[in-house]
Design a binder for this molecule. Structure first.
Ligand code: 2AM
Ligand code: CA
Length: 269
């Protein structure tokens, strides 16, 4: 993707993200229609759907040859990232949006021939925009984020993970996960994968791991985190499949290595 093309896409993507976020903020107290999807706690609202439609309309009108991979089904049905693909979660952290009216984000990644070129994660209620273009560093609003510090130890780290993985489950040994939480300095659950990626990029979380996410939860975050020297793989340390569901482990390189070797490899079911 050439420089001017990417600049133009970034400028518009940023405008659209801020506009969509502004609409959500202005109507945050309006009544919501909430329904569930794969399970009773997997929520979707009219706001998720309308926000996704807003992006689909903008993108298809402005860039008719671009493709869209998005959560609520108004995008394209893709089995590869050939061409230019926008990977969008209109609201990441829908449960937070419904129950708390905060701690949710709009997540937009733009990939070209499989390579992440642009990432935007907008914490709507805090009006904080995390952004990156590949090779140009990552930003929080207008401030450039520093590269992740070298030589960080797990014992001094704060790790993001859902408490669910500390309970008995089919995928990972809960005793090993409990040991991980006890070894780290602290653990946090924010309930929005996109925000947890942004926090890793900002250096306020040293890692975030979970057992099942879709491309739209992580596409923007992977671009942003990689610009500060962070690593994203699946939980076994292998590359992410960008057109399927994955376990996900994003983190500071030192902490990533330590957690895979000393915990995950011992705790996988
Ligand atoms: P979502 O709000 O866009 O669905 C919650 O821990 C995080 O996991 C959120 O980022 C949420 O994204 C994501 N997630 C992915 N698949 C999910 C599912 N089936 N149910 C609930 N959360 C899911
Ligand atoms: Ca969502």
């Amino acid at each position: 993707m050439d420089y001017n093309t990417r600049e133009n896409i970034f400028k518009l993507a940023k405008e659209w993200v801020l506009e969509a976020g502004g609409k959500i903020r202005n109507t945050i107290d309006d009544p919501l229609e909430v329904s569930s999807k794969s399970n009773p706690n997997d929520l979707v609202t009219t706001m998720d759907k309308n926000t996704e439609k807003f992006f689909v309309n903008k993108i298809k009108t402005t860039f008719p040859d671009h493709l869209l991979l998005s959560e609520e089904g108004f995008g394209d049905d893709l089995d590869s990232l050939d061409g230019t693909v926008w990977i969008i979660d209109p609201i990441d952290g829908t449960m937070n949006f419904v129950q708390q009216k905060r701690n949710f984000a709009i997540s937009v990644g733009v990939y070209h021939e499989g390579i992440g070129e642009i990432g935007l994660i907008y914490n709507v209620m805090e009006d904080e925009l995390y952004s990156a273009k590949r090779g140009e560093g990552a930003f929080k609003n207008d401030k450039k984020l520093p590269l992740l510090e070298k030589g960080i130890r797990l014992e001094e780290s704060v790790i993001g993970l859902n408490h669910f993985w500390l309970c008995e489950n089919r995928l990972v040994d809960e005793k090993v996960m409990q040991n991980l939480v006890k070894t780290a300095r602290g653990s946090r659950t924010y309930g929005s994968a996109a925000l947890e990626f942004a926090y890793v990029a900002e250096g306020i979380l040293e890692g975030y791991l979970t057992m099942g996410l879709s491309p739209w939860d992580i596409a923007a975050g992977m671009v942003i985190v990689s610009e500060v020297g962070g690593i994203t793989t699946n939980i076994d340390g292998n590359p992410i499949n960008m057109v399927g569901r994955n376990s996900v482990f994003v983190g500071h390189p030192d902490v990533h290595k330590r957690i895979i070797e000393d915990f995950i490899q011992k705790g996988r079911k």
